[in-house]
Design a protein around this ligand. Structure first.
Ligand code: GLC
Length: 754
């Protein structure tokens, strides 16, 4: 491709300059309808309102009358009733509790303050656009203020100094820092000035968007290649608070079924029933816990979704039922491409009922994917969502409770890697072009899958895993980070990616353990499994023609260590499940960057190679071959080495030793951890015991959430939420909410460090 040669830097290949931009100009008229301001500008229209005392929305459309419409990302953006409005010759002012927004009339500008402190201020140009319908906003930002969030991006955790663009893209290779556009688009950034302010900026616009923290010295630019500049600004207490407010708008991650948090094994592909059974048997033989096996595209007949290949999987129902009986769930892959084959009922139904994506003249768009020429469901239509959802009875009747959605950028095997931008999507009457719909395709597919599974499986929490998505994807699916490689660099990169996904509302995510493409080594598998055991989603997956990377394929030592860490995942599962409960309630992610928990500690701002599981466990993985030492930063407080029980005082770096069978893990003093007994998978009954990590300055405390692991009964009170307090003398106080009977073995509290 020419753009991969020096042609890319041809002298004439320059982007638009400031001369090609037009400014929105001055406020010409204003209307106040009680809670929302609407008005006209020299060029275009705008609206502004406050959602509560922390969040405001402002939307500017340079070409059309702006409306309150938003994308599927947003589920809650009602204006705060009782917002006060005032107007002078030069300014308009909105106030709600401690929040004040001032709009300058000429030129249009916007300043937002909380409790008297200015936290967001447009600079010049506040709003501008060009003739290609690109719309942008610039605002003040301290030059060195770190930036987090922005979804699934390569590189380190702090995105300051980068220019981030969002366009869902299937990238088999390379995943490196230059590959900015991957599978997910989450146009949400957190700008954090340690010790000062934290501001969230969510540009809810599904066109290709840009967050430019590179070009200007004390400004930042956000832009979209069409539509309106539709922005939510969050003036928060800190990073956690920003994520809370962002997920109040876009939704939190619903509590997953517990089996989806166990260990999952996959491969592209286990190609036959015999092979799948053999894999399950090996887990049994080696006594390694396993909750789920995946069926990749070879299970299908000619890659037709909702079919099984009769030669390779002649007894699919029997296979799934047998595995279910062993406590193993089976998750098949379902891609959006539906093979163009007039004898294939899914294709015929889709055509006959008008459920596929079409051009404006009604002709179906076809593209090449695994099955050859295929049509693509128009998931934007409710009737397509329902139809697609219902098709899943094909799997659920056989015992399936989870689905893996892939290729839903959507990926198409052509030069542009996706659909023709002129394809139209039909949002139940509102037609949008693929240019606008592209980044939403995976989100709509996830919705169709998730709600479809809910309908097929009464009172059962489904599991859905997606590659592509947009803001709000957390409401429907877990996210895995696509086609990484068995490279140490990719193990390293997965950490900031997952931490930033968490700061973008996506709490349930993981990377393919061992790496998907190229060949894994025994050492890499060990180090990667050690990390995976502490991340929200834990799946080992590898590509065809690579060497196998199941726990037993290397040697005795690898098997022993990999098994130890899969078991350790189950030991920590009561704590992990409790964190997922917290996430559903608050949006605060399961895996957190250090800067999220220690926002005023400047030393945490750029830490990409350590993470926190909840607030109490810190993990500092080994990310290089041959390494058995690394520097670990300990934030303030006292930390216990999980393995030795030794204490380390925080506030500095320390060199830590970690032989191959050890991943450095530390527990905050004052923590009470709920830990589970050894089990083969989550379907076995697991007892919970408590370990307290002594703190001579305060009581130790912890929390345990329990329920039936699978149904929605917890929403009707069938849960147990137990708060545990252990005094320095060892007295245990337990207080429980909810009707579920706890598995906690109360008498069994071990105190470390006393
Ligand atoms: C894509 C997916 C990968 C899958 C393969 C075959 O590359 O990202 O996980 O195994 O397709 O379905």
């Amino acid at each position: 491709m020419l753009e991969h040669t020096s042609y890319a830097i041809l002298p004439s290949n320059i982007e638009e300059t400031d001369e090609t931009l037009h400014e929105a100009g001055a406020v010409e008229s204003v209307k106040w309808d009680g809670d929302v301001i609407e008005g006209t500008l020299t060029e275009g229209t705008f609206l502004v309102y406050l959602l509560d005392e922390k969040t405001l929305r402002f939307s500017v459309h340079p070409f059309e009358k702006v409306s309150r419409n938003r994308t599927l990302a947003v589920e809650n953006d009602e204006p705060a009733p009782g917002t006060e409005f005032s107007e002078t010759a030069t300014h308009i002012c909105l106030r709600y509790k401690g929040m004040k927004v001032t709009i300058g009339k000429d030129p249009f500008s916007l300043t937002a303050e909380r409790h008297g402190e200015t936290m967001f201020k447009t600079s010049e140009p506040a709003i501008a656009f060009d003739k290609h319908k690109r719309v942008l906003c610039t605002f003040e930002k301290e030059f060195d203020a770190p930036v987090y969030g922005l979804g699934e991006k390569s590189g380190f955790i702090n995105k300051n100094g980068e220019n981030i663009t969002n366009w869902n893209t299937d990238v088999f290779a390379p995943h490196n820092k230059d590959t900015v556009e991957l599978y997910q688009s989450i146009p949400f950034a957190i700008i954090h000035e340690p010790g000062k302010t934290t501001t969230g900026v969510f540009l809810d616009n599904s066109h290709r968007t840009e967050f430019d923290m590179q070009t200007f010295r004390n400004r930042m630019k956000i832009a979209a290649e069409g539509g309106k500049l539709n922005t939510y600004i969050i003036l928060a207490e800190d990073i956690k608070d920003t994520v809370r407010a962002y997920t109040a708008i876009t939704g939190t991650t619903p509590l997953p079924p517990r089996w989806s948090l166990g260990y999952h094994q996959s491969r592209y592909s286990y190609r036959s029933e015999e092979e799948v059974r053999a894999v399950a048997e090996a887990f049994d033989t080696y006594d390694i816990p396993l909750d789920c096996l995946f069926l990749d595209i070879h299970y299908m007949d000619d890659y037709k979704v909702f079919t099984f290949d009769k030669d390779r999987f002649p007894h699919a129902s029997g296979l799934i039922k047998d595995l279910n009986q062993q406590g193993i769930d089976v998750v098949p892959i379902v891609d959006p491409g539906v093979k163009k084959d007039v004898e294939y009922p899914v294709y015929r139904d889709g055509v006959e009922q008008g459920l596929f994506s079409t051009y404006i003249d009604g002709s179906i768009y076809y593209g090449e994917v695994w099955p050859g020429l295929s049509a693509f469901p128009d998931f934007f239509q409710s009737k397509t969502q329902k139809w697609w959802g219902h098709l899943h009875t094909f799997y659920t009747e056989k015992g399936v409770r989870g689905i893996w959605n892939d290729m839903n950028e959507p990926s198409v095997f052509n030069e542009t890697k996706t659909m023709d931008l002129e394809v139209m999507h039909n949002q139940d009457g509102n037609l949008i072009s693929h240019r606008e719909g592209h980044n939403l395709y995976g989100l709509y597919m996830s919705k169709a899958t998730y709600e479809g599974l809910q309908a097929c499986l009464p009172n059962t929490r489904p599991f859905s895993l997606t590659r592509a998505g947009y803001a709000g994807v957390q409401r429907y699916s877990a996210v895995w980070t696509g086609d990484n490689r068995s490279h140490w660099e990719h193990l390293e990169m997965s950490l900031p990616m997952i931490m930033n996904l968490g700061m973008s509302g996506v709490a349930f995510s993981g990377a393919d353990v061992g790496g998907f493409a190229s060949d894994c080594s025994s050492e890499l598998l060990v180090r990667w499994t050690q990390v995976g055991a502490f991340l929200p989603y834990f799946r080992n997956h590898s590509v065809q023609d690579s060497i196998y990377q199941e726990p037993w394929v290397f040697d005795e030592q690898t098997l022993r260590i990999v098994k130890k860490y899969i078991q350790l995942r189950y030991t920590f599962l009561p704590y992990v499940y409790t964190l997922f409960h917290e996430t559903e309630q608050s949006g605060v992610p399961v895996v957190r960057s250090l800067v999220m928990e220690y926002p005023d500690d400047r030393k945490t701002m750029d830490i990409s190679d350590q993470f926190l599981l909840g607030k109490d466990i810190m993990v500092a993985p080994l990310l290089r071959p041959g390494q058995t030492h690394r520097a670990v930063y300990f934030p303030e407080g006292t930390w216990y080495d999980w393995w030795s029980g030794e204490t380390i005082e925080g506030g500095h770096y320390q060199l830590v030793h970690a032989a191959l069978d050890t991943i450095p893990v530390f527990v905050r003093a004052g923590t009470v951890l709920p830990l589970g007994s050894d089990v083969r998978n989550t379907k076995e009954n697991q007892h919970v015991r408590l370990i307290a990590f002594y703190d001579n300055e305060r009581q130790m405390s912890g929390r345990l959430y329990e329920d039936d692991h699978i149904s929605y009964n917890y929403r009707a009170g069938e849960y147990a939420l137990t708060d545990i307090v252990v005094s320095p003398d060892g007295d245990v106080t337990i207080s429980k909410q909810g009707n579920f009977e706890s598995n906690l073995v109360e008498s069994d509290v071990k105190i470390i460090g006393k």
